[in-house]
Design a binder for this molecule. Structure first.
Ligand code: PLP
Length: 399
């Protein structure tokens, strides 16, 4: 399987600010295939898919096709198990809210301590309304305490919400047996799969998920569109009401170009996520980046590298340099990385994920995340390593 079209000339012509983009867990560049697929739905096929004439029916057909493409990415049995949303956050909050509304006297919500803030904010909101929110710990390598999870999962549990891959460290949660345990306890299981497409296989059925969430912009699709999987038969009450769209799961005229773009991106992500060569190439570049940075900067450490990880992510704690300063110097050198979750970047403060992994506040504020894509090249990795070395030298932190 080939990599995504490089389009580097196109990007240079557009005067891309950061020539080495290593922040793909924050968002990815929409592929030109995706943009091309969307354009006709802005220009010619702008009709409302609910309208009663052939041009509108053609749009409804295209929406159906996109739903099927996204269903295949999820590994869903049926296309009608997929609802288009505005993104990962809405999908997650819809799923958690739906499970809570169907709790039927159950009062416990289980998450891990390293979930995305979208899931944590939903759980916190429910805890303010009388639910008991239990956060299961991870160890220093980001590994979930599965014994604690299974011990807390009982007849009081309404919902378990866990991520498949962590956005900051890339660590994959060991979910074996979680779906079955939820089913036998009568609890619902929501999977935050936002960081997985294109980086590994996704199979909501094999994992026993009742709900699962995706965001198109994390896998070379457009922003402002996501998808929620609701297993056929799982309870669901819409968060956004007021119209019959999306089988009454999400009211409002559909974001047709967004859904078309997501469908197109889903096809490529499904191929990449199951293509051993493409994944190996991705892992090789990430490993090279990690190894060379660790060799260039004595005292630098990885976070979660001993665990199964998605092949594009590395989290590195630097000795004595503040992440914001390093990011600024890297940015000036044309390298885009991040200090953790993009959503928390503006909130400041140390990463809750790293604190949950037992890192000190100081170490958490000295940590950078680099995340590649299938477009990343060897020479970009070499350029990034050189920029890290030069930045740290400039800060006087290398002997
Ligand atoms: N879940 C995870 C694991 C994420 O990484 C993100 C985004 O960073 C989200 C959920 C939220 O997705 P969005 O920002 O598209 O709403």
């Amino acid at each position: 399987m080939g990599t995504l079209p490089r389009e580097s000339d196109e990007r240079e012509a557009a005067g891309a600010m950061s020539s080495i983009y290593l922040d793909n867990n924050a968002t990815t560049r929409p592929s030109s295939q995706v943009v091309e697929a969307m354009l006709p739905y802005y220009r010619e096929h702008f009709h409302n898919p609910s309208s009663p004439y052939p041009a509108a029916e053609a749009v409804a057909d295209a929406l159906r096709k996109a739903r099927g493409q996204v269903a295949r990415l999820f590994g869903a049995e049926r296309a009608d198990e997929v609802t288009f949303t505005s993104g990962g956050t809405e999908s997650i909050q819809s799923a958690i809210g739906a499970a809570a509304r169907a709790a039927n006297g159950r009062t416990r919500i289980l998450t891990s301590t390293v979930e995305h803030s979208a899931a944590k904010a939903s759980a916190r909101h429910l805890s303010e309304q009388g639910f008991e929110w239990v956060q299961i710990d991870v160890d220093r390598e980001g590994r979930l305490d599965r014994d604690a999870l299974f011990a807390a999962l009982d007849e009081r549990t309404a919902l378990v919400s866990l991520m498949l891959a962590n956005n900051e460290t890339g660590v994959c949660t060991d979910l074996s047996g979680v779906g079955e345990a939820c089913r036998s306890a009568g609890a619902r299981f929501h999977l935050d799969a936002v960081q997985m497409p294109g980086k590994g296989a996704l199979d909501v059925r094999a994992l026993g998920a009742d709900y699962a969430s995706l965001a198109a912009h994390k896998f070379h699709g457009p922003k402002g569109v996501g998808a929620l999987y609701v297993r056929s038969g799982a309870p669901f009450e819409a968060l956004v009401v007021g119209g019959p769209q999306e089988a009454e799961r999400r009211a409002g005229t559909e974001n047709v170009p967004g859904a078309i773009g997501m469908g197109c991106a889903a096809e490529t992500a499904r191929m990449h996520g199951t293509d051993a060569d493409a994944l190996e190439r991705m892992r090789g570049l990430r490993d090279r980046l990690e190894t060379e940075i660790l060799a260039a900067v004595p005292g630098a450490n990885t976070n979660g590298a001993s665990q199964p990880r998605v092949p594009n992510t590395t989290s590195i704690t630097f000795p004595t340099v503040d992440a914001d300063t390093l990011l600024m110097l890297l940015g000036e050198a044309g390298v885009a990385a991040s200090a953790g979750s993009a959503c928390d970047a503006k909130r400041r403060g140390p990463s809750p994920v790293l604190l949950a992994m037992g890192r000190s506040e100081e170490d958490a504020t000295r940590t950078l995340r680099f995340s590649t894509s299938h477009e990343t090249t060897e020479s970009e990795i070499a350029g990034a390593v050189a920029a890290v070395r030069a930045s740290i030298e400039a800060l006087g932190s290398l002997d």
